[in-house]
Design a protein around this ligand. Structure first.
Ligand code: NAI
Ligand SMILES: O=C(O)C(=O)[C@@H](O)CO
Length: 327
């Protein structure tokens, strides 16, 4: 039995067919759906491009004009989302956090008030489960479907339409959302009622945040023992201590390139969500708390806008090490 079918069984709820060929499914789609992607950052831009590649009519919006212009030059639809909101089938929200999600949907120019009944909001920012439930209930009151749909895989997988989406919502929400989900994801988990997607994402973030911090700890510890970042990355990915985050973020440190694909600032937010809901559950999460302190230290050093691999600079500073690019 493959790993994927094991996951499917353990979840014991229907999910996108994991055995079907994603590329074939994407190619075989013929009907254009009207989709807006709000938030064209590290993740949203790739999601919007994936929807375009699948043949849909796609509008892109961001508070920053640059990615909007770039997206139009790449084939995105011209014009403001507000002007077309009532014609949209799907609105994908890929902003940073809960406040931005709430502003995009229900702020002064909130798109939820203009969307047609029966259309769907696919909410992808990492937020707390209670917030997802609140947004869903406000959307449902307006006759809109809501998918609690946090994402995983980083900017590279987003660009390729190969995200993992931890989704939760009604069958109708999944049905209406399917053209965008098919375009953006390699795998879509159907996890139950709204809130269950964000709960699973919190579990992923606990691991992902700890793994990034501990990768930085191990790499800089290795440097004190004469193990260069290059040698670390040659050997450890072939050994039991590796992780997806080590292999994804470690090369950023070795190259001294902290262009933000996932900002340091994401982690006080995400590990904060984990620790908030852990506290409510009276669950002690000491490793998460330790990792959070390292990301807070990085943010305190003024590195909040850098790639999260810059957490290595906290360790390097404490150990008087020069990381690649700092000599
Ligand atoms: N970067 C990553 O590797 C991953 C990020 N995530 C999560 O996905 C979400 C998006 O992350 P990123 O793309 O990295 O963030 P980002 O900061 O790169 O992009 C967010 C975008 O939203 C825009 N924005 C903010 N408020 C807006 C508004 N009112 N209207 C229109 N646009 C607005 C910003 O200008 C920015 O371009 C976050 O919740 C993050 O935690 C999840 C998985 C991976
Ligand atoms: O891909 C994910 O999952 C992540 O949350 C990270 O890349 C953090 O931004």
């Amino acid at each position: 039995m493959s790993t994927r079918s094991i996951i499917h069984q353990e979840l014991s709820c229907p999910r996108w067919d994991p055995t079907s060929n994603n590329a074939e499914r994407k190619k075989s789609m013929t009907t254009a759906t009207k989709i807006a992607v709000i938030g064209l950052g590290a993740m949203g831009y790739g999601m919007a491009k994936s929807c375009l590649r699948a043949g849909h009519e796609v509008w892109g919006a961001d508070i920053s004009p640059n990615p909007v212009e770039r997206f139009r030059a790449d084939g995105g639809q011209p014009g403001d989302i507000q002007d077309v909101a009532k014609t949209l089938d799907i609105v994908v929200v890929s902003v940073l956090n809960a406040d931005q999600t709430s502003a995009v949907l229900f702020g002064p120019d909130g798109v939820a008030c203009s969307m047609k009944k029966g259309s769907v909001v696919i909410a992808c920012a990492t937020v707390a489960p209670d917030f997802a439930r609140e947004m869903a209930s406000r959307c449902n009151e307006r006759g809109l479907h809501y998918l609690d749909a946090p994402i995983s895989g980083g900017a590279a997988k987003s660009a390729k339409g190969q995200l993992s989406i931890m989704a939760a919502g009604s069958d109708e929400a999944f049905e209406v959302a399917s053209p965008a989900l098919d375009a953006m994801a390699e795998i879509v988990f159907r996890l139950g009622d709204v809130g269950a997607g964000s709960a699973m994402k919190a579990v992923n973030q606990l691991l992902a945040g700890v793994h990034i911090a501990v990768m930085a700890e191990a790499m800089t510890f290795g440097m004190t023992q004469g193990v260069s970042p290059e040698k670390f990355l040659e050997v450890i990915p072939q050994c039991a201590g590796t992780s997806w985050m080590l292999e994804n973020r470690g090369p950023h440190i070795a190259a001294g390139d902290y262009t933000p694909l996932s900002q340091v600032n994401i982690w006080p937010k995400d590990l904060g969500i984990v620790l908030d809901i852990a506290r409510d559950a009276k669950f002690s999460a000491p490793l998460t708390a330790a990792a959070l302190q390292q990301f807070l230290a990085a943010a305190g050093m003024g590195l909040g806008g850098e790639d999260d691999a810059a957490v290595a600079k906290v360790y390097a500073r404490n150990a008087s090490l020069n990381l690649p690019g700092e000599e």
